[in-house]
Write a protein that binds this ligand. Structure first.
Ligand SMILES: Nc1nc2c(ncn2[C@@H]2O[C@H](COP(=O)(O)OP(=O)(O)OP(=O)(O)O)[C@@H](O)[C@H]2O)c(=O)[nH]1
Ligand SMILES: [Mg+2]
Length: 448
């Protein structure tokens, strides 16, 4: 069965000056010939042509620019035709209908990228990077996705694969000689190489937290007693009056979520109802939501009104999981003596803005372990899928080392390494281990 030619609108839905429709597959040019006029007799790849897209009766649907990317030099590796048309829902809809009528199939989500992967244009980590790039919420996330798209993570995996293939080759060289044990010198050499691979995997695994934070952001909950200034702080951080602020305690009822960019980290900040005993049913429901949000938070910003006593915040139970920053607000007013000596508090005034820089720094430090945030130079970070396979590979390599140490048969050692190789391959979408064969005996020989 031949692979269908797919088409979709590749720009965001809605009104815009221009939109782009992409057609990929062996039928892309044929469809274009029937759709676009005047169709040049000597259409050249990567040139833009101006013309009309016509409906079944030959009437113009829209004036467009058409570009052909000739297989395999295209994003998907197939013939691609891109049509830049006017960006209205109706225009793009009519054009796409016509393209379907001429034989294209609607593309599934991610299908262009999937084809790029299947045709060997990109590896799986690069395909994921495209999604990361599109959904990036901060400049740092864009840079991290850009590095991954450029193949930095893929290169790391290639390096590991190369190491594993060499180690397997070395081990498997002994399989054909059942009477020979792996000599102690080789065993030491292989053991050292195995532990180097494990170290490298550990370094990559250590980036998982950073990767998750950069990609998904940090769920941050603002909590405290009523009137502590939670909504004031939210407004200050987002830079406009997002939430209602009033001197009346119990103003915020429902939770309000906004995303801010803190040194490249997307903080998903949730403002909540102040926690206190309340007879009001709506407020009670709000407080219940505050508690739920706190339970799920990765970062809790506990706001304290500096004019209140310590007993005022006693009712607020901070969940054990998650990180907490205690913030003393309203430091422009006389501070109650309960707080005077406390050194675990970040002191701010949401009224004057004093201390907000310190607060931002304290959060950055808590999340990244450094005042500078995540170093710009080192942005390769694994996602949870990579993490899963890397952990599997790590376990197999540890096991390989143990078996080697116990002088078990090389088959068992090699089995573990091959398993690890499968896992590393799965990160980039390669699981073929046949290339080991080519490497066996070529670099090592028995007994040296
Ligand atoms: N003097 C002073 N007043 C502040 C400061 N921050 C907030 N306020 C005032 O405190 C009152 C309560 O502020 P909100 O931000 O609504 O407090 P909240 O914690 O969201 O209160 P609820 O939504 O009721 O739980 C308002 O009148 C604010 O103007 C501050 O730093 N200094
Ligand atoms: Mg509020």
């Amino acid at each position: 069965m031949s692979i269908p030619t797919i088409a979709a609108i590749s720009t965001a839905p809605g009104q815009g000056a221009v939109a782009m429709i992409r057609i990929s597959g062996t039928g892309a040019l044929d469809i274009s010939k029937k759709l676009f006029s005047p169709f040049p007799g000597d259409l050249k790849p990567r040139y833009q042509y101006f013309g009309q897209c016509r409906d079944v009766d030959g009437k113009s649907i829209d004036e467009v620019l058409l570009t052909w990317f000739q297989a395999p030099a295209s994003f998907t590796g197939e013939d691609i035709v891109e049509i830049a048309c006017h960006g209205g829902m109706v225009v793009t809809g009519c054009l796409l209908e016509r393209i379907f009528a001429l034989g294209a199939t609607p593309a599934e989500p991610g299908e262009f990228t999937q084809r790029a992967f299947l045709n060997g244009k990109i590896d799986l980590t690069q395909a994921e990077a495209i999604m990361d790039l599109i959904s990036a919420q901060t400049d740092l996330a864009v840079k991290a996705a850009g590095e991954q798209l450029a193949g930095r993570l893929g290169e790391e995996m290639e390096f590991l694969r190369g190491q594993l293939i060499e180690i397997t080759a070395h081990v498997e060289a002994y399989i054909d000689f059942p009477d020979e044990d792996i000599d102690p010198e080789s065993r030491d050499l292989i053991t050292t190489r195995i532990s180097k691979v494990v170290d490298r995997i550990d370094q990559l695994l250590a980036t998982a937290d950073r990767g998750r934070i950069i990609r998904e952001g940090v769920k941050t909950v603002l909590c405290g007693a009523p009137n502590a200034g939670k909504s004031s702080l939210l407004n200050l951080l987002v830079g406009y009056n997002r939430a209602i602020v009033s001197s009346q305690p119990g103003t915020t009822r429902d939770t309000i979520e906004e995303v801010i960019n803190l040194d490249g980290i997307p903080l998903r900040i949730i403002d909540t109802a102040g926690i206190r005993h309340s007879e009001d049913d709506i407020e009670r429901q709000g407080i219940e939501r505050s508690r739920e949000q706190m339970q799920q938070a990765e970062l809790v910003l506990l706001l304290i009104d500096s004019t209140e006593t310590e007993a005022e915040i006693a009712a607020i139970e901070i969940p054990a999981a998650g990180k907490v920053v205690r913030i003393l607000n309203k430091t422009d007013l006389p501070v109650h003596r309960d707080w005077a000596e406390r050194e675990d508090l970040v002191r701010v005034s949401c009224l004057s803005g004093d201390g907000i820089g310190d607060l931002r720094n304290a959060i950055t430090r808590l999340l990244t372990g450094s005042d500078e945030g995540f170093a710009q130079g080192d942005l390769v970070a694994v996602n949870s899928r990579h993490q899963h396979f890397l952990k599997m590979a790590r376990e197999n390599m540890i096991e390989a080392g143990n078996r080697l140490g116990e002088n078990e048969s090389p088959e068992f050692v090699s089995f573990e390494i091959r398993e690890a190789l499968e896992s590393i391959g799965a990160v980039v979408g390669k699981t073929d281990v046949e290339e080991i064969l080519g490497s066996i005996f070529s670099t090592f020989c028995i007994g040296k």
